[in-house]
Design a protein around this ligand. Structure first.
Ligand code: IVH
Length: 687
């Protein structure tokens, strides 16, 4: 029977405990179906409902919240400094090989180490397990009685960082195992960022004018170091496991143990393969050297391990790595082709990207015609010139890059590359801000790709959501001279649209209706839609809740802006520069007259006050009346600032039950007051 959230108040403890257990099992099964089997059996909506119910129940009955509850995957806990933990078993790395010869050498060394007889050297074969070499960061997960108790990064191999809180947000890392597993064991694997997630994050970063993440590997390790586990949860990392350690491991071969780990709920690659002899290993390597580009994540090679534990033991270790395993590293495929020209692209934020236009060449399964040249410094360092023959590589990065110039083929007449000094689109002199690698076109409001890019951002789904206005229509309206900035959209008339090509009566009406409907989009999304550099969705939301109206926001000085949660120097400077610009001011005034939502809705405003203005409040402990998030929202709604750590600036601590002893000590030493949740609710008039 389904018990609905709004019936919770009638639930007794025993029923709640049973329901929490049932929901936890059910939700984890759905996580398993989705993230490990890749075969979801319910919709996202239904899943969210189950999770919501669990969160609500755990809030009301915190005594039944267990560390392995799937609610832990949502994140929320902040870790200021990760604890350093010594590895129970040293975390060694592997020696590398790069060629068939290296691999034959490895096979020979293994056979010699196993003292296989001379006749065997030709006849007998060793069983190897071949696995993909995932390109991420290694992690050691400890399970006790089937519960994940610790996740530690590699560190220096002897000790690493305890990142358990962050690891729990990775949906493919089981929090609780099934089947028959050893009482205590460690399993090692690789945390990585799938290609699709990496691309989506970079698209978003580009959208708010932030430098893209270099490659999925750095993105994954950067994410695991984040202090806010909620942000880690949002980054959708994944994890494959490949190595079992412990006193009571069930099987005598690596391959069988991998299969056992799979049955306990771990994500074990279905591409791991048992190979009889080195030739089968070579075939596996050759296959994946080509097929790797089709995988949804990046690999940088193959790992080859002797299958039998008795043989592994016999072979032992060198100081740095096991003698029973080796990594085969793929060569980053490299080709040489002619650089026909260098062109310069202007992005939505005005950033200039130099692009190499190449004579088409086959590389990593696709035809490459263009490669990124990144910035002026890189062009200078490579001394790359139009007409040169260049080496192009597809390495860890998704976009191919130029790694060098074939000087032996350089024509004497080629001239040195002069980086452009003016915008290729609007001829405005470019600027390069101190400490930044990129050049920018500062003509934000007049440079065509910047203007069109800003409009695309403005109408996008998470901003004003005008879906009847796509990139092509924006281009068309811009070319026809009908729009020059976002405010012009609200002056468009149907009669102006009808003469345009492919613009029938119905699509013109849809467009006008879509624009009109956007006038009800809430203030926080309008703020995001304005496209203020560095102001992403979350920041916009926080700012909107805090300042309540655009008029108020426009009037804030830097100090006041810095008071807002999540707003640091960069964002504050960017907001001030934005509102100081007379062109932006004019646009904003027109948008206001057009009737866009420039303040929080009545409903949001009714609950708001200035009661906590100027106060910095730390939330700590477990609460019974509202969730932590709800308290956070209340603090912001009443003008206060929520902070993660106790300092001299803390006004008081909103203290629930079981507040950590460290925090308590710190609060006492600084003389910071503690407030119970009842006292707090009274303070804001909700007691
Ligand atoms: S086994 C003692 N298997 O590559 C054996 N490692 O230098 C330990 N890696 O640090 C590693 N995929 O982070 C193993 N299927 C795989 C792997 C793998 C990626 C990483 C791991 C390790 C490095 C080896």
């Amino acid at each position: 029977m389904r018990i609905f959230v709004n019936q919770l108040q009638f639930m007794d403890q025993a029923t709640a405990q049973a329901r929490i257990a049932q929901l936890s099992t059910e939700i984890e099964q759905h996580n398993y179906n989705y993230y490990i089997l890749d075969n979801p059996t319910i919709s996202d909506f239904e899943f969210d409902k189950l999770l919501e119910e669990l969160l609500a129940l755990e809030k009301q009955f915190p005594e039944f919240l267990s560390p392995e509850s799937p609610s832990q995957r949502v994140g929320g806990q902040i870790t200021k400094n990760f604890k350093t933990v010594k590895h129970k078993y040293a975390m060694l790395s592997l020696s590398n090989s790069y060629s068939r010869e290296d691999m034959l050498d490895f096979d020979r060394r293994v056979k010699e180490g196993l003292e296989m007889q001379a006749t065997d050297l030709f006849g007998a074969t060793v069983d190897y397990v071949c696995e993909l070499k995932f390109d991420g960061l290694s992690i050691g997960l400890t399970y006790e009685k089937g519960i994940l108790t610790q996740a530690v990064t590699r560190g220096d191999g002897v000790q690493g960082d305890d990142v358990t809180v962050n690891a729990k947000t990775i949906k493919s890392v089981p929090l609780k195992l099934k089947g028959h597993f050893p009482d205590v064991f460690e399993i090692r694997g690789e945390i990585f960022m799938p290609k699709k997630v990496f691309e989506a994050i970079n698209k978003e970063r580009e959208d708010i004018g932030e430098a893209p993440l270099a490659n999925p590997r750095n993105a994954a390790s950067g994410t695991m170091k984040m202090q806010d586990s909620r942000q880690v949860a949002a980054r959708n990392l994944d994890c494959y496991l490949y190595f079992l350690l412990g006193e009571t491991i069930p099987h005598q071969t690596h391959y069988d143990n991998l299969q056992a780990a799979k049955s306990w709920g771990f994500k074990v690659s279905e591409h791991s393969k048992l190979c009889h002899g080195i030739e089968a290993v070579m075939a596996y390597i050759d296959y994946w050297d080509k097929a790797r580009y089709d995988l949804p994540f990046e690999i940088d090679g193959i790992v080859i391990k002797v299958n039998e534990y008795s043989k592994q033991q016999q072979l032992g270790f060198t100081a740095k790595s096991p003698r029973w395993a080796i990594a085969y590293k793929f060569k980053a495929e490299q080709v040489s082709t002619q650089l026909q020209s260098i062109s310069y692209q202007v992005g939505r934020t005005g950033a200039i990207t130099p692009v190499a236009n190449l004579a088409p060449v086959a590389l990593g399964g696709t035809t490459v015609k263009r490669a990124s040249l990144h910035n002026a410094d890189i062009i200078q360092k490579l001394d790359v010139r139009e007409g040169d023959y260049v080496f192009v590589e597809k390495g860890g990065e998704i976009i191919p890059k130029i790694v060098g110039v074939d000087l032996s083929r350089r024509d004497a007449g080629l001239s040195l590359t002069q980086y452009i000094s003016e915008c290729p689109e609007c001829q405005t002199p470019l600027v390069r801000r101190e400490g930044e690698a990129l050049h920018y076109c500062p003509n934000e409001n007049g440079c065509p790709p910047q203007v069109k890019g800003k409009m695309e951002h403005f109408v996008s789904r998470r901003a004003m959501n005008i879906d009847s206005l796509g990139g092509e229509t924006i281009e068309q309206l811009y070319t026809a001279g009908l729009i020059r900035n976002i405010a012009d959209l609200y002056d468009l008339k149907k009669e102006q649209l009808l003469p345009l090509e492919r613009m029938a009566e119905k699509s013109a009406q849809n467009l006008i209706d879509g624009i009109a409907a956007s006038k009800t989009v809430p203030f926080e999304r309008v703020l995001f839609a304005l496209g203020i550099r560095h102001v992403g969705e979350t920041t916009a939301k926080k700012m909107a809740r805090n300042v309540k109206s655009l008029t108020h926001l426009r009037g804030l000085n830097k100090e006041a802006l810095l008071e807002i949660d999540e707003v640091g120097e960069t964002i504050a400077d960017s907001v001030i520069a934005f509102f100081k610009d007379p062109a932006q001011q004019a646009i904003i005034d027109r948008l206001e007259r057009a009737g866009l939502q420039f303040e929080l809705s009545q409903e949001q405003l009714q609950n708001a006050s200035d009661k906590l203005k100027g106060l910095t409040i730390v939330i700590s402990g477990v609460f019974t009346k509202h969730s932590r998030d709800a308290y956070k929202a209340m603090i912001e709604q009443h003008g206060g600032k929520n902070s993660g750590s106790i300092s001299g600036k803390t006004s008081f601590i909103l203290a629930g039950e079981n507040m950590g002893p460290e925090k308590l000590k710190k609060a006492q030493s600084l003389g910071v007051k503690l407030l119970t949740e009842d006292a707090f609710l009274e303070m804001i008039g909700e007691g």
